[in-house]
Design a protein around this ligand. Structure first.
Ligand code: GUN
Length: 171
């Protein structure tokens, strides 16, 4: 038996995670390189890719960003994570991924492409939250846009407070 406590830093080391530009830590665990690529408007992509994604007390926010691809999220371990999704029509959807299924937390979350998404660690006893994401068509930085605070608040002024909390001040 391993008596080492499961902490954010032991998970980062064991799973070999690196900082992600949106915040948090990640590692790609899979890309469908044994299959033909799939054509998208942006070019050829893997049919599917997958990552681990970890939020920690030191890096508790995945900043608002936009993806072209569909993303399935699977909760694994630790504290719950709040997701804020801004749909193309401006409507806001807020939900929580976590293990307390009976309290309405989600083990799986499907985010279709074309949506602005941010995630935030809810403080709990673990100080980390670990999920996986499966992305199809496979992830490519060309299909992702980090949220610019000025641009997003101009587009969705009704969500200004949330956008200011979940974007970096590049001002
Ligand atoms: N977000 C979802 N999948 C990926 C990935 O494979 N790489 C990066 N950098 N971010 C992702």
């Amino acid at each position: 038996m391993n008596s080492r406590p499961m902490t954010a830093s032991s998970l980062i080391a064991t799973l070999a995670l690196e900082p992600h530009i949106e915040g948090g830590f990640f590692r790609r665990t899979y890309q469908a390189d044994h299959r033909d690529r799939i054509g998208t408007e942006g070019g050829q992509r893997f049919l599917m890719t997958s990552i681990y994604y970890l939020l920690t007390e030191e890096s508790p926010v995945g900043q608002f960003h936009f993806n072209q691809s569909d993303i399935l999220h699977y909760f694994h371990l630790g504290d719950a994570i709040e997701y804020n999704l801004i749909h193309a029509d401006g409507s806001l959807q807020t939900l929580v991924m976590g293990s307390d299924v009976l309290a309405g937390q989600h083990l799986q979350l499907h985010v279709p492409g074309g949506i602005w998404k941010a995630s935030r660690l809810l403080s709990g006893s673990n100080s980390f939250g670990l999920i996986s994401e499966a992305v199809s068509p496979g992830f490519d930085f060309a299909d992702m846009e980090m949220g610019n605070r000025q641009k997003l608040t101009a587009q969705y002024p009704q969500h200004r407070a949330l956008i200011e909390k979940l974007t970096r001040d590049e001002g």
